[in-house]
Design a binder for this molecule. Structure first.
Ligand SMILES: Cc1cc2nc3c(=O)[nH]c(=O)nc-3n(C[C@H](O)[C@H](O)[C@H](O)COP(=O)(O)OP(=O)(O)OC[C@H]3O[C@@H](n4cnc5c(N)ncnc54)[C@H](O)[C@@H]3O)c2cc1C
Length: 390
């Protein structure tokens, strides 16, 4: 197979020298713990106090990882990706307090995201986080099978209705809809709601995608269970496979509340389950559509090989690769260049309100062994390659 992730020329063809130098400087700053830990807090404070730093944030970290403050502003970045055969997934990344007003506002915005995706081929999916439109505390109580108060029951029913509305709206507009996975202690309730919608809307095409986090123990059994149910009741399933983003939070809560950590003991266990899940989904492709949401080269290569070795069209709509905007372009652009289906989450929202999202990206890119050094060395490699040509 011709696919390799080493080709930085293809990976960064869409970036000018100046863009690359800017990205290099940004990723470099993530090696300063003070900036990573306190930068977003200081920025939040400064913006609250009316210090005019918004345009600085927008020109630097915001535009590395986000499209714009609105859907309209993000459209040009989606177009740019689409020119490179990469889809965009508008990700409304506002993480405000879960007040009734905020939850409703997010719900209304999500309807607009689906409407936008319905009209534009550059948006092959829409996405949402259940905790953005309903209360985590209610989902936690429901997952723990606690008795809900009358108020909680109403809030739960409102969330069920909202998710149903979004799935139905996506179905009517033929937009594939991803539902993100969050903390284990709210996930059982989310899974139940999502699979009920899959049962209703994944009869012919696959519209509703649930997310499986393979850093959790026992998720292979869960996938097999869901496949059995889908076969028994005659519907199809969309799975977005990810490793999982809340490892530290999960370990901390398990320790505090004295229950076994639900996360695998080693990274190798997570990797093994992730790759096994890819294979299981692939083998069940008569009823499964799959998105590999990962920045891991080995897993991306594995899915590409499965597709190619089984003579399946690279543009088969059942198989998608996805990365986050501003990260792992070497995977996204090289896959797209080889003709595979690729999309990138394109976060957007008002600068001040996406600061928590940006803070997480900075944290994730701060460890020396992790993503940051990968991004830095790739950018450096490309800058050196271009310099040698001059
Ligand atoms: C398109 C897309 C959508 C996503 N959607 C979600 C989502 O809905 N929900 C969600 O939770 N996350 C989501 N993520 C984030 C994802 O879960 C990972 O945190 C992130 O992608 C890093 O994992 P990786 O597969 O890219 O690869 P790698 O960099 O190879 O793996 C890092 C991951 O491995 C796991 N890991 C690391 N160390 C250990 C250890 N010692 N023991 C066990 N496991 C370990 C952790 O999950 C860690 O994030 C998404 C990512 C992408 C690209």
């Amino acid at each position: 197979m011709a696919l390799t992730f080493e080709n930085t020329e293809k990976a960064f063809a869409h970036k000018s020298d100046a863009d690359l130098a800017k990205a290099y400087r940004l990723f470099k700053t993530f090696s300063f713990p003070f900036l990573v830990n306190y930068g977003p807090k200081i920025a939040n404070w400064a913006m609250t106090m009316g210090v005019p730093i918004k345009s600085l944030i927008k020109k630097t970290i915001f535009h590395q990882f986000c499209g714009g403050e609105t859907i309209k502003e993000s459209n040009q970045f989606a177009k740019e990706l689409y020119n490179n055969r990469i889809g965009a997934i508008l990700d409304y990344s506002v993480e405000g307090e879960g007040t009734a007003e905020n939850l409703k506002k997010t719900f209304q915005e999500l309807k607009r995201v689906i409407d936008e995706a319905a009209n534009k081929p550059e948006y092959p999916f829409a996405v949402f986080k259940p905790s953005g439109i309903g209360l985590s505390s209610v989902l936690a109580a429901k997952s723990a099978k606690d008795d809900l108060s009358k108020e909680q029951q109403n809030q739960y029913e409102e969330l069920v209705e909202r998710i149903h509305f979004l799935c139905k709206h996506a179905h009517q507009n033929n937009v594939k809809l991803l539902i993100d996975a969050e903390e284990t202690w709210i996930q059982d309730a989310v899974d139940e709601i999502v699979y009920n919608n899959a049962k209703e809307f994944n009869r012919d095409d696959i519209i509703v995608y649930n997310t499986i986090q393979l850093y959790r123990k026992g998720r292979i059994e869960e996938i097999n269970k869901q496949l059995d149910l889908a076969r028994k009741f005659g519907y199809k399933i969309g799975f977005k496979l990810v490793r999982g983003a809340y490892m530290e939070k999960e370990a901390k809560r398990a320790q505090q509340m004295n229950y076994p950590n639900p996360i695998h003991d080693t990274k190798a266990d997570t990797d093994d389950d992730y790759n096994l899940a890819l294979r299981i989904c692939f083998e069940n492709r008569d009823i499964v559509a799959l998105m590999a949401g990962t920045h891991n080269e080995e897993s991306s290569l594995l899915l590409a090989q499965l597709i190619e070795n089984n003579n399946i069209s690279k543009t088969d709509n059942r198989f998608w690769f996805a990365q986050l905007y501003g990260m792992s372009d070497h995977i996204s652009f090289n896959l797209a260049h080889e003709g595979f289906n690729v999309a990138k989450y394109l976060p957007y929202g008002p600068v001040k309100e996406v600061l928590p999202y940006l803070s997480r990206r900075a944290q994730e890119n701060s460890s020396v062994k992790g993503q940051s050094s990968r991004e830095l060395s790739l950018i450096k490699q490309e800058l050196n390659r271009r310099k040698a040509l001059k």
